[in-house]
Design a protein around this ligand. Structure first.
Ligand SMILES: *Cc1c(COP(=O)(O)O)cnc(C)c1O
Length: 361
């Protein structure tokens, strides 16, 4: 059996460092917003080439706080891709703003920069892009539009730690919102998230928002949240960050094997010289996706679907999102995620290619 993912195996190599970190943590006697959080924030800001990083409780919270911190007026609209995980859109809705969905490019699966401008109104305040599956968005045209219409750029980097667009790391273009959910390329051993920024005022605002709206104990300037990055998770994240480049290198090698060996009967992810893709997910597309998934399972290969139902079709979004998004639907109906993790070997990937290439429906 080739598993889709085995987090124990992924993390096994660094168990002893995790134990050391945990020992230090319990001995410290300081359990909320201590040295571990401060240290990880510094390390991760350096990794992202940004001036600041603020740890928060999850990826969804990173998105919610990032939007909240801008203090947009009440009836604001935020541009967001129709092809994303629902958390991106939830963060807009949770702030009381209107998500304006833009269809993806069917080649990259990321927001189509050519379709953004037609959705901009006087209420538009930000473009929230998602570097989906680990592939960076085409940032140049997006930044040009944002500049022209004076829009904030927020990046959902939950799937793209360390990805680069024209040698610039994602999360450093605008405000970067990261998830460290255990399955993510930089995964904690529980929930965790972070926001990256180059703006000192904005950093202060996020630090306030994550801690009841307070920068000075018991004095509250903002209507905040309790969304602090946990000390234990921050310690674990510092350990994991040391092997993130190795994880990325490994995943990119496995992706190369898929790209070279999978037959053209399946649609493979696009490759662009300007996009340094970190392959959080390696997806293929096939018109008979469900049959292919069942066939692979029969042959001992587990796969996943990211995602089976587009956000605009979710029950929770009825009455909130209007319109038709056929390209997002097409991707959701045909996409299949293949095993690609730190614990998979080249042999595993060759075996997956072999089975897929034999599939004849
Ligand atoms: C995982 C994910 C999130 C949410 O992160 P959590 O830490 O689970 O809250 C948001 N956006 C995308 C694209 C994700 O993949």
């Amino acid at each position: 059996m080739i598993e889709y993912e085995n987090l124990k195996k992924v993390n096994e190599k660094i168990f002893s460092q995790y134990r050391e970190s945990f020992d230090q943590f319990i001995n410290s006697g300081w359990y909320i917003l201590g040295n571990n959080v401060t240290t990880f924030e510094k390390e991760f800001a350096t990794f992202c080439n940004t001036k600041h990083c603020i740890g928060v409780a999850s990826g969804l919270d990173a998105l919610i706080l990032a939007i909240d911190a801008f203090d947009f007026p009440k009836d604001s609209e935020i541009i967001v891709p129709s092809n994303t995980y629902i958390a991106t859109i939830l963060a807009i809705v949770r702030n009381g703003f209107k998500p304006i969905l833009v269809e993806p490019d069917i080649v990259t699966y990321n927001i189509d920069p050519l379709k953004i401008e037609e959705k901009i109104t006087t209420k538009t305040k930000a473009i929230l892009v998602v570097h989906l599956y680990g592939k960076p968005c085409d940032m140049d045209p997006i930044l040009t539009i944002a500049n022209q219409y004076d829009l904030k750029v927020i990046e959902d980097v939950a799937q793209a730690h360390g990805a680069k667009y024209k040698d610039i790391i994602v999360g450093s273009f605008g405000v970067g919102c990261f998830s460290f959910y255990p399955t993510k390329n930089l995964g904690a051993l529980g929930d965790a998230g972070a926001i990256t920024t180059n703006d000192e005022e904005y950093e202060k605002k996020i630090k306030s928002l994550r801690n009841y709206g307070s920068l000075m104990k018991y004095y509250n300037d903002d209507l905040g949240y309790n969304s602090r990055l946990d000390e234990i998770q921050a310690g674990f994240l510092s350990v994991k960050l040391r092997i993130l480049d190795d994880i990325t290198r490994h995943k990119r090698e496995l992706a190369k094997i898929y790209l070279e060996n999978l037959s053209d009967k399946v649609i493979k992810p696009s490759v662009h010289e300007e996009f340094y893709d970190v392959y959080h997910i390696f997806n293929i597309r096939h018109p008979k996706r469900d049959e292919l998934k069942a066939y692979l399972l029969n042959n001992g290969i587990k796969t996943e679907i990211h995602y089976p139902l587009a956000s605009h079709r979710q029950k929770a979004m009825q009455g909130i999102i209007e319109g038709e998004y056929p390209i997002a639907d097409e991707i959701h109906n045909t996409t299949l995620s293949l095993p690609i993790s730190y614990s998979h070997s080249e042999k595993d990937i060759m075996a997956v290619c072999y089975e897929i290439n034999k599939f004849t429906i």
